[in-house]
Structure formats: C-alpha cells, structure tokens
Design a protein. Sequence first.
Length: 162
Amino acid sequence: MSWSLDDWNITENWVKTYPAGRVCASEGCGTLLRRSNPADTCELHSDDLFVTDTLLFGAKRCPTCEAPKPRTSEHFGTDVSSADGLTWECSECHNAAQRAHRRNRADYERGRYQTDPEYREQKKAASRENKARRYATDPEYRARVKAQALASKARCKARGSG
C-alpha cells in the first residue's frame, strides 16, 4: 500500500509561497519580493497605508482596535521584555480591558459576599482587624473616628429630646 501527502493532510498546513526572483511592479523600484508576499508590489508601494506608515514613520497597529498609532509610550505602555519596548496593545484598549475586568471582579465579589456566609464573616473579621490596627497606629484616623462618634451621639440626643 502506498501513502500520499493527501492521506496525511499535510498540504493544508503548508505556507503558501510564490516564485523566487519576483521584482516590485512599481516603476523604478527594483526590490525583490519575499516568497511569502502575494502582492505584485513591495511593502513600500503597497496600497496598505499602515505598512507604508510603519516603514516611514514607525507606526504600530493595536491588534485589539486595529488602529495604527505612533510608536511612542504615549500611545502604548512600556514593556522592557518586548523587542520594541512597548506593550502589544494600545493604552486605550488596555485601560478599557482593565476597567471591564475590575467591574466583573467587583460583581463576582459582591455576589460571593451575599451568598457565602463563611466568606462574608472572613471579610468582616479582616475589616475589623484593619480598622483596629489603623486606630492604634494612625492618630489622624483615631481623631476622625472619635469626632464621628461624638457627632453621632449629639444627633441621637437631639432626636431624643426633640
């Protein structure tokens, strides 16, 4: 029995290549085209303005919003581990994703607090400990808590005698 490449579905995973030695079709350009480039022109002469901007001005396209933006830390966050020193996603998209994550996390925490009595007691105990620690170490906080307590007592007395 003989096997062929079609039996193994190998041809579906191959990268499509084009003939070697092709030259850019733009007048006066002698750039050799890559074998993986399906176009008749090089990146500099392509209709894709983003590629041209990238080559000439250093723009970077955010994969989330797909908008080309200047390759600066004003538009992209800094990431020392990346090749260009910038994050892969623009700051606007990153901030929007963080806001959505915080909103979803807050909904989750709120639901868990309301439905899980053990979790609720654990959170209350941690809050009491933090307040006691802060009251013992922070004089401004202590003064504010005492002032609030005195004001509350005054309101109660006014209601009781009024």
